[in-house]
Design a protein around this ligand. Structure first.
Ligand SMILES: [Zn+2]
Length: 433
């Protein structure tokens, strides 16, 4: 065996014999794992490149088939307009914890062709860290578990979505395969790009809001008077200022006002987030629209904030009306006791492997992701994938030298949790603990 591996074992006295075999297996496939990553990175698969997404899915599907998974390509309804998802199931010992492992096949940027360029211990690779690297971490953790003879006992469902970066709509249809899998699982583990010293136990959800105010079109000389009223723009200004002064400062709550259009002739396209307005300086404006987002850490924070926004909107200036509408986007992944317990197991696995402690990532620092859709149902962890930088940009990089670390930590997490009774991981059980 390699000297490096021998040293790692010496530094890690807390691994049992099986865990040492798992680690040895992962170290034995280091180069093969990088080659595999290159292979899937070199298939361009931006969300709307359906052939590319399906092609990447087919590569993983074949590998998971050979590990004994039952695999299927789950199409989404035509109206959703996306490639679909890869779903793979492995049945192990009845009554033990059922994992849902989450990855995605699509990328934001569409490279012109093969784009993996190895540069010493990193690679330039669109989709390398976000998140084909995470998909490959899952695959090589499973291979090592199989090699060590313990995969057969594990209950695992894998969902690699084809449209994480730009989900189809309606979301209920686009995310049905994922949510259905969560209903039959106890723990969700997501492999979005990770870090050495933290993992995600909570991430904020996202919603959109849109305020539309109307006023009486009138001569400006009468503004604030009984007949003309205050006009639509003052009404929107009142509302936005009240949002800022009355709702601002709450932990994990943000609400950005992204665009505003007001005047007499107002056109606003809610999909393109684009509009035009025209008026004259001597007219009290009749219409104004403001549109923005809302980020929140829990459904109760979301609902409470929406109600306060509605209450603010309802206090109209004289001669104006206003309405607010909300749109659900991503639910929040709230910081549950169960999530913290999963992190504790991951942290102890990391320390046993000699990689140091793993702390919770500040929820404000991670955007929404697929795990958010299942977080209302089951506990989970995210940020277990490859390390890298520059995601969603042509200069994305993936760190190759830490791929084994992420793979070992993932494999140990699955091994250590996978033998425990499922009953320990139901929401009710974790909430009373
Ligand atoms: Zn991603």
């Amino acid at each position: 065996m390699h000297l490096v591996y021998a040293l790692l074992v010496l530094q890690a006295p807390h691994l049992d014999r099986t865990e040492q075999r798992i680690r040895a297996g992962i170290n034995g496939t280091r180069e093969e794992q990088i080659t595999y990553l290159q292979r899937v990175v070199d298939i361009p698969s931006s969300t709307l490149n359906f052939d590319g997404v399906k092609h990447v899915g087919a590569v993983f599907r074949a590998s998971l088939d050979s590990l004994g998974f039952k695999t299927s390509w789950v199409a989404v309804p035509d109206a959703v307009g996306r490639a679909g998802h890869l779903v793979a199931e492995h049945r192990g010992k009845p009554g033990t914890v059922r994992f849902l492992l989450i990855g995605h096949l699509d990328t934001v940027v569409e490279p012109a062709g093969p784009n993996f360029v190895r540069e010493d211990s990193t690679a330039r690779a669109v989709g390398g860290a976000d998140m084909k690297g995470g998909d490959v971490v899952i695959l090589y953790a499973l291979k090592a578990l199989q090699q060590a003879g313990v995969l057969r006992d594990l209950n695992i469902t894998i969902v690699f979505t084809g449209d994480e970066e730009h989900p189809g709509e309606p979301l209920a249809d686009a995310r049905r395969a994922l949510i259905d899998a969560a209903k039959l699982s106890d723990i969700a583990l997501a492999f979005e790009a990770g870090n050495r010293a933290d993992a995600t136990v909570a991430r904020r959800g996202a919603s959109a809001w849109r305020v539309t105010a109307t006023g009486h079109q009138a001569h400006s000389a009468g503004v604030f008077g009984n007949a003309a009223g205050y006009g639509a723009i003052y009404e929107v200004a009142r509302i936005l200022d009240a949002f800022r002064t009355q709702l601002g400062g709450e932990q994990y709550l943000t609400f950005n006002s992204a665009i505003i259009v007001g005047g007499t002739d107002v056109n606003y396209d809610t999909v393109a987030i684009s509009g035009t307005a025209a008026s004259k300086l001597n007219i009290v404006p009749q219409r104004a629209v403001a549109h923005g987002d809302l980020r929140f850490i829990s459904d109760s924070q979301l609902q409470r904030t929406r109600q306060r926004m509605r209450d603010i909107v309802a206090q109209h200036l004289p001669g104006t009306e206003a309405t607010i509408v909300f749109r659900d986007e991503y639910p929040a992944m709230s910081p549950t006791a169960g999530n913290a317990r999963l992190l504790a197991v991951y942290d102890s696995a990391s320390q046993a492997l000699g990689y140091g402690p793993v702390a919770p990532l500040d929820p404000g620092r991670r955007g929404a992701g697929d795990i958010s859709f299942v977080a209302p149902l089951i506990d989970g962890l995210d940020g277990l994938g490859a390390l890298g930088s520059g995601s969603h940009a042509p200069g994305e990089r993936v760190d190759l030298k830490t791929l084994p670390m992420q793979t070992e930590r993932a494999a140990l997490l699955l091994y250590r949790l996978g033998r425990r009774p499922a009953s320990q991981f139901t929401r009710a059980a974790t909430q009373t603990n």
